[in-house]
Ligand binder design. Structure first.
Ligand SMILES: [Fe+2]
Ligand SMILES: [Fe+2]
Length: 246
C-alpha cells in the first residue's frame, strides 16, 4: 500500500474520530418481548466481539510499521480500534435501555481472540476480516429480525462503518499477500476462504434462531458470507461484452 493510500485511510479515520456516528434521538424504540427473547443472547455475543482493547493488533501494527517504515499505520489502527469500541458502546447503550444482559465471555469470541494472538499482522487481519465479513451479513439479518426502528438504524450504522473497515483491511491484506510467491498466494486464499466458510457455518449454528427468523438458512448465510469474501478478496474478474465491428 502506497504512502498516499495510507494517508487517504488516515484522513478517513481521523475524520470519523472527530465526527463519530451516532443514532438520532427520537426514533421509535419499542422492542417487543418476543423480539427481545429472540435477539438477547445473540446481540450480546456480537457486542462482546466489538469490545476489545486492541493490544494484540496495536503490537502487530507497531512491529510491522517499524519494519516497513510506515508510522501512519499505527495511528490508523489506533483510530480503527476506537471505532470498534464505539460500536460496542452503541450496542451496549441499546442493550442497557432494553435490559438485555451483557456477556463477559463467549466461546466463539474466545476462539477469535486466541486465533488473532497466534502470529503477525497478516494472520491477525485474516481472522479480523473474517469476523467483520460475517458481521456485515449478521447485522443485516438482525435489522430484519426487528420492527424496532432504533435497532434497525443501529444495525445500518454498524454496517456502514464495517464496510469501510473491510475495504481498508482487504486492501492491506491484498498488499501483504502480493509479496508472497504465486503458489503461496493461491494456497493462502484457499485456506482463508475455507476458514471463512467454516466460521460462517458455526456462527449460523450458534445464532440460528435469529437467523432462521430473518430468513437465512445455513446455506444462504454461508453463501452470502462467501460472496462478501469474493467481493473484497478475490482477484477481480472482468468480462467485457463483445463489441460489434462495423
Ligand atoms: Fe465493529
Ligand atoms: Fe469493524
Amino acid at each position: 500500500m502506497s504512502p498516499d493510500e495510507l494517508q487517504i485511510w488516515l484522513n478517513h479515520f481521523e475524520y470519523h474520530a472527530e465526527h463519530p456516528r451516532s443514532i438520532p434521538a427520537g426514533l421509535d424504540d419499542l422492542l417487543s418481548a418476543d423480539e427481545r427473547a429472540l435477539i438477547a443472547s445473540s446481540i450480546a455475543t456480537f457486542q462482546l466481539g466489538e469490545q476489545s482493547e486492541g493490544s494484540t493488533l496495536t503490537c502487530a501494527a507497531q512491529r510491522f510499521a517499524c519494519a516497513h517504515r510506515i508510522p501512519s499505520l499505527v495511528r490508523i489502527m489506533e483510530l480503527f480500534i476506537r471505532e470498534e469500541q464505539r460500536h460496542a458502546a452503541l450496542l451496549r447503550s441499546f442493550m442497557d435501555d432494553h435490559h438485555i444482559p451483557l456477556k463477559s465471555r463467549d466461546w466463539t469470541d474466545q476462539l477469535f481472540r486466541r486465533a488473532r494472538r497466534l502470529a503477525g499482522l497478516e494472520l491477525y487481519l485474516c481472522v479480523l476480516i473474517t469476523a467483520e465479513l460475517i458481521g456485515n451479513v449478521y447485522y443485516r439479518a438482525l435489522a430484519v429480525a426487528t420492527g424496532c426502528q432504533r435497532l434497525q438504524v443501529l444495525c445500518r450504522t454498524l454496517v456502514a462503518d464495517e464496510l469501510v473497515h473491510v475495504a481498508f483491511e482487504s486492501q492491506l491484506l491484498l498488499a501483504l499477500r502480493a509479496a508472497r510467491p504465486l503458489g503461496s498466494q493461491f494456497t493462502v486464499r484457499l485456506i482463508h476462504r475455507g476458514f471463512l466458510a467454516g466460521t460462517a457455518w458455526v456462527v449460523w449454528w450458534t445464532h440460528r434462531s435469529l437467523l432462521r427468523h430473518s430468513g437465512y438458512d445455513a446455506r444462504t448465510f454461508v453463501r452470502l458470507c462467501l460472496a462478501q469474501y469474493d467481493f473484497y478478496l478475490e482477484p477481480i474478474k472482468v468480462t467485457l461484452a463483445p463489441t460489434s465491428v462495423p
